[in-house]
Design a protein around this ligand. Structure first.
Ligand code: ATP
Length: 237
C-alpha cells in the first residue's frame, strides 16, 4: 500500500520553465525509495513541492490516499509527513532536547511528546547522553541523527531525507543508513534523495532517476545497476 503518491507533479521557480516536469513516483510503507540524479536535476525541488514549501503548478500529491498538495507545510506535517532538510539545519544554540521538542511542534499532548522523546533516545542512544548539550557541539554524524530524530518527533508515516550523507565520512554514512533500514523495518516509508547512488541503491527498495526535471529511469536496484547506460551515467562504472 502506497503511503505517498506523486502524480505528474510540475513546479519551479520561474514560470513558465518548470524545474520539475510531470514527476510521478510512489513510496510504500516499510520501504526506502531513492531519488537520484545529477546536480540541478530537481531532487530538492521535488522534496520542496511535497513538503508544501513550493506550490504545484500541476499534478497531485497524496498521503495515504488524501490530497496534501494544497496544505500549508504545517498541515502537511500534521498529515504525517516529515522532512530532514539538506545540511541538517539543527539549531546549534539550542540543546539536543530543545531541538527534539521543535520537531514535535504540531503535537499538543505533552505526554505524547515525552513518549516520542523517549523513543528517540532509545533509538539513538548517543543523543541520550547529550540531551542537555547544545546541538552545535555534536559531531556531523550526531547532528544528522539529531535531524532525523527531530523529524521523527512529529510521528510521521513518511520521512523525506535530502542528502543525509553530505559531508560525512563513509563509515558514518553507513551507520546512518543502518538506522534508515531499521526505521523502514519498523514500517516507515522513506524517500531518500542521494547523490551517492551506489550507497543509496544498497538500501533502497526502489529507485527513480531524475534528469533535467524529469524521471528518466526507475526500477529495483538490481535492474538499475545492471543497466550499462545507467551504470556509466550515474554509478561511476
Ligand atoms: P542539487 O543536488 O544540486 O541540490 P537537485 O537535483 O536537488 O540538485 P534542485 O536544487 O531541485 O536540483 O534544482 C533544480 C533546478 O531548479 C535547477 O536548475 C536549479 O538551478 C533551480 N533552482 C533550485 N533552487 C532554486 C531557487 N531557489 N530559485 C531559482 N531556481 C532554483
Amino acid at each position: 500500500m502506497s503511503v505517498l503518491t506523486l502524480t505528474k507533479i510540475s513546479s519551479g521557480y520561474h514560470a513558465p520553465q518548470p524545474a520539475i516536469d510531470k514527476v510521478s513516483l510512489s513510496v510504500e510503507s516499510g520501504s526506502i525509495v531513492a531519488l537520484m540524479g545529477p546536480n540541478g536535476a530537481g531532487k530538492t525541488t521535488t522534496l520542496a513541492a511535497v513538503s508544501g514549501v513550493l506550490r504545484l503548478w500541476s499534478g497531485k500529491i497524496e498521503l495515504d490516499g488524501r490530497r496534501i498538495d494544497r496544505g500549508s507545510p504545517a498541515e502537511i506535517v500534521q498529515a504525517g509527513l516529515a522532512q530532514v532538510p539538506e545540511g541538517r539545519r539543527i539549531l546549534p544554540g539550542l540543546t539536543v532536547q530543545e531541538n527534539l521538542a521543535m520537531g514535535a511542534y504540531t503535537i499538543r499532548s505533552r505526554r505524547l511528546v515525552a513518549e516520542l522523546q523517549d523513543k528517540m533516545v532509545t533509538l539513538f542512544p548517543v543523543l541520550k547522553q547529550k540531551l542537555k548539550s547544545p546541538g552545535g557541539l555534536l559531531s556531523g554524524g550526531e547532528q544528522e541523527m539529531l535531524a532525523i530524530a527531530r523529524a521523527l518527533m512529529s510521528n510521521p508515516k513518511i520521512l523525506l531525507l535530502d542528502e543525509p550523507s553530505m559531508g560525512l565520512a563513509p563509515l558514518v554514512v553507513q551507520r546512518i543508513f543502518e538506522y534508515l533500514v531499521a526505521l523502514k523495518k519498523d514500517g516507515l516509508g522513506i524517500l531518500l534523495v542521494e547523490q551517492n547512488a551506489t550507497m543509496a541503491l544498497r538500501i533502497a527498495s526502489y529507485a527513480y532517476i531524475l534528469e533535467r526535471g524529469k524521471v528518466v529511469a526507475s526500477g529495483v536496484p538490481d535492474t538499475l545497476s545492471r543497466d550499462e547506460g545507467i551504470r556509466r551515467a550515474y554509478l561511476g562504472a
